[in-house]
Write a protein that binds this ligand. Structure first.
Ligand code: AP5
Length: 226
């Protein structure tokens, strides 16, 4: 929420572009919920629910979970009072033009304020993902470039750092391949809606966050109020 106005923001970008890293920071800075479909699906997998077992079979291969499944998960989350009143930063959804159309329908008569495309070259994302470690407790994200103070231990909560099950070379390459296929129609859709902003994702997380904040400010969204 930005001074009484909900901020409804989507962040897209290829795997390893830093969507999760930035969305956590944006969520804190603008006091809006961070809604990550990847995190929601991993929580379902960890709980070993029937839905989690279904999702796992797609995620381990780097494939997208079917729209019929993911659209329902998002619809339920966006109905929660925090998202309706304060807005959100969406991480990992939508990924396809079809999901973007579904999101528009879910939000109507309201609409998104902005879609940020975090741009990072493929060679850099491959380097980032091969060294990614995440906290098993709070989900904080680290890598060789952004190491924890104590190896294997989360700076924020002391939790154990683990490697994501889909951070294998085969699954990373498959996720990138699918991203390249689905991204052009998705970005075209948001360009037509005049919502798309491109942000350079190369640089320290603080530098990238500064660029995102500048773009938001240019549209009247400030940390302390609109
Ligand atoms: P999801 O969890 O969304 O994974 P992803 O799209 O593969 O994206 P990543 O998490 O790999 O990348 P990121 O951009 O968030 O990078 P991060 O910030 O971690 O989805 C997982 C799976 O769930 C999908 O494959 C699919 O099966 C399913 N799914 C999810 N949503 C779906 C949907 N809508 N429809 C269908 N299926 C869906 O950063 C990467 C690394 O870089 C980290 O190690 C980090 O420390 C480092 N780093 C980040 N920023 C910087 C920086 N500025 N400088 C240096 N290092 C940095």
């Amino acid at each position: 929420m930005v001074a009484g106005h909900p901020l409804r923001l989507v962040v897209v970008g290829r795997q390893g572009a830093g969507k999760g890293t930035q969305c956590v920071r944006v969520s804190h800075r603008y006091a809006i919920p961070h809604i990550s479909t990847g995190d929601m699906l991993r929580a379902a997998v960890a709980a070993d629910s029937p839905f989690g077992q279904l999702a796992k079979s797609f995620m381990d291969r780097g494939e997208l979970v079917p729209d019929s499944v993911i659209n329902g998960v998002i619809a339920e989350r966006l109905e929660q009072p925090d998202a309706r009143l304060r807005g959100f930063v969406l991480d990992g959804f939508p990924r396809t033009r079809e999901q973007a159309v579904a999101l528009n329908d879910l939000l109507a008569p309201a609409s998104l304020n902005m879609v940020i495309n975090l741009e990072v070259p493929v060679d850099l994302v491959l380097r980032r993902l091969s060294s990614r470690r995440v906290c098993s407790v709070c989900g904080s994200i680290y890598s060789d470039e952004l190491p924890p103070r104590t190896p294997g231990i989360c700076d924020n909560c002391g939790g154990e750092l683990i490697q994501r099950e889909d951070d294998t070379e085969a699954a990373i390459l498959r996720r990138l391949e699918i991203y390249e296929q689905t991204t052009t129609p998705l970005l075209g859709f948001y360009t037509e809606m005049n919502l798309l902003e491109i942000v350079d994702g190369v640089g320290t997380p603080e530098v990238v966050l500064g660029r995102i904040s500048e773009v938001l400010a240019s549209h009247g969204f400030f940390e302390g109020g609109r």
